[in-house]
Design a protein around this ligand. Sequence first.
Ligand code: B12
Length: 219
Amino acid sequence: MPASTTTLTPSGADLISTTLQRVLAGDEQVVGQTTQALLRSGLDPVGVAITFLDPLLVETGRQWQTGHLSVTQEHVITALCTGALDVLAHEPAPGRRKAVSAVVGCAHGERHALGAKIVSLALRQRGWTVTDLGPSATAEEFLDAVRSSTARVVALSVATPQRVPATAALVAQLKDQEPGLYMIVGGRAADPALIPAADLVVGRDLDRALDALEGDEVD
Ligand code: B12
């Protein structure tokens, strides 16, 4: 495996393409090392996730879709990004802990879980307590998590249009069973017209969505 000395390039696009090239050349350290370097440069953990790991995954998806990456290569990059997000999750939150908690996850069948992982990271960094159920959870699992915590908020991530009906059905079912819940849905496939029972449906703009959520939920 080649030795890896991470140097940050001035342009984000360069950083993504250099990182991809190095992973494809067998460098399994570069994603973790770049993550650490960005933290050391002063970027906060959510900033690292949004400006480095998210675009790296999006570019990976683009190259996979256009046949430039194999499924195996896509899996390798996804695993490295997942590991980097797990490292970011251990970074301390800057402010005081707030008296608010959320259950985060994805509807049954939705296997794209990294959006939810970043939402969990962002909420924890804002002082929230989070239960992250990861990919593909059932309504019973969400209800169990809500009832065994103090969560009044459920945040769902949906990445593919095929999973929007299951997400909309989950929102309706949770609202029916726990009418006091505040339900926010986000992700690249989130469409307010198709998820009418949710309190807030947002696309990819995480920070704006969480500001709006906190405006509604936290004084
Ligand atoms: C990694 C990946 C996978 C992995 C997921 C592994 C995992 N542990 O998550 C695996 C291999 C499982 C996978 C499977 C599939 N995938 Co896939 N995948 C991707 C890839 C490359 C990256 C996804 C990702 O993590 N993105 C980064 C995250 C961070 O972005 P995000 O989810 O949008 O989240 C951000 C915001 O949206 C926001 N956000 C997200 N959720 C929420 C929620 C709230 C409340 C808020 C406020 C904000 C918010 O916050 C994040 C900010 O950074 C994408 C490419 C892409 N463009 O995203 C394809 C992609 C999503 N997959 C795609 C496809 C087609 C599939 C499969 C159908 C392939 C297949 N034939 O099997 C399956 C479907 C599996 C299923 N049933 O769900 C397509 C979807 C196309 C479409 N129709 O829209 C994409 C776009 C690839 C492509 N270019 O074609 N995939």
